[in-house]
Design a protein around this ligand. Structure first.
Ligand code: TMP
Length: 151
């Protein structure tokens, strides 16, 4: 029950919690863990909390971080090709046959994408911040990716 958040630029809850300027580019990706617990409002936790709460084994944290950083590298390049900055995203993991596996989808619902030229938000923040044009932005991402979309 952990959400793994990878951040390449400061945005969202991070700039509310800490004194980072929105849009600040990090020299290396920031990895955060959140405990999925509605009663506690999904608090941010560190690796020690996660292990002591028995949410994950220490050796699995290493694997989760390695896979997350690999996905980050791949997805930064993937979105760069269509002129989008991958600001941050969330991933969830599980176990299958004893192995740590990714158990998630990747869409503008679970990441932040900003247009490299205009800075336009192309993700769920359009909904969260009531900016309008949610469907249009999602369709544009799909179209830039070459996904045929009938709308
Ligand atoms: P945050 O800035 O609100 O902490 O979100 C960081 C990233 O994680 C952002 O791309 C949105 C994504 N996210 C989810 O997909 N689901 C969630 O429940 C949360 C809290 C964040």
């Amino acid at each position: 029950p952990i959400e793994v958040v990878i951040r390449n630029y400061a945005a969202g809850s991070l700039v509310k919690r800490l004194a980072f300027n929105r849009g600040k580019k990090f020299s290396k990706p920031l990895i955060e863990f959140y405990y999925k617990c509605d009663q506690l409002n999904d608090p941010i936790i560190n690796e020690s909390h996660a292990v002591l709460l028995k949410l994950v084994k220490e050796e699995d944290i290493k694997k989760i971080k390695k896979i997350s950083l690999k996905i980050n590298n791949l997805m930064i390049k993937y979105f760069k090709k269509i002129n989008l900055m991958l600001v941050d995203f969330k991933l969830e993991f599980g176990r299958f046959n004893g192995e740590v596996v990714l158990g998630d989808e990747f869409s503008p619902d679970g990441c932040r994408l900003w247009d490299k030229t205009t800075g336009k938000k192309m993700d769920k923040d359009r909904f969260r911040e009531e900016l309008g044009g949610v469907l249009e932005a999602y369709c544009e991402v799909a179209e830039r990716l070459g996904i045929v979309f009938d709308h």
